[in-house]
Design a protein around this ligand. Structure first.
Ligand code: GRF
Length: 202
């Protein structure tokens, strides 16, 4: 399966997918990395791996539609089977999501449906949670609402700050995302009737 990864920053999840895809027999190859930030650190890392990279900077376009049209043009050339959002900090339009629904997944640093949105680690700490984690889910129109393919739990330790917790969760994200992508690329899980059907990761 051909995979395009979307990033906005360092791309550590993207690099975990790149590393996993090198394993013989892995059912997906990363054929492109797209960012909305020209200076996203992940673009250099992907280019160093010989992967095609593209930056589409929102302010270079007169509208969200024009911005997304440029992205669609690149995607049409890359012909991906699967889109993986990985630290992509931009909300996609309904048009975009409808175009790829069922073929687009995302990783979110909480145990959805708890803590959708931003600042998930601080919110989990503030709520007195003793456990948090990360979720790989299908992307649907509601933000962070799509059916989950996999989840992994991470303990919140006394004295944790948002930063120490984020670092602990990120390590687990790097294991969960490749496992979830493998299952999806192998067809062992799919989105049907708004639900994830098949085997998941947990
Ligand atoms: C990660 O916590 C991921 O869960 C969130 O963005 C953060 C940074 O990801 N979506 P990365 O290092 O850019 O992959």
């Amino acid at each position: 399966k051909r995979v395009v990864v979307f990033i906005s920053g360092g791309g550590s999840n993207m690099m975990a997918l790149v590393a996993a895809a090198k394993a013989p027999g892995f059912p997906a190859e990363i054929v492109g990395v797209i960012s909305d930030k020209a200076d996203a650190g992940g673009l250099e890392k992907a280019a160093a791996e010989g992967i095609s990279t593209f930056a589409f900077v929102r302010k270079d376009y007169t509208s969200k539609e024009a911005h997304e049209a440029a992205i669609f043009e690149a995607l049409d050339r890359l012909s991906p089977d699967i889109l993986c959002l990985a630290g992509y900090m931009r909300l996609l339009s309904a048009t975009f999501i409808q175009r790829y629904e069922g073929r687009m997944i995302n990783i979110h640093p909480s145990l959805l449906p708890l803590f959708p949105g931003l600042h998930t680690h601080q919110r989990a700490i503030d709520a007195g949670m003793r456990i948090t984690g990360c979720t790989v889910h299908f992307v649907t129109e509601g933000m962070d609402e799509g059916p989950a393919i996999g989840q992994a739990a991470v303990p919140i330790l006394s004295g944790d700050t948002a930063d120490t917790l984020a670092a602990r969760v990120l390590t687990v994200e790097h294991q969960l995302y490749p496992q979830a992508l493998r299952l999806f690329a192998e067809g062992k899980v799919r989105m049907e009737g708004g639900k994830a059907v098949g085997t998941g990761v947990s």
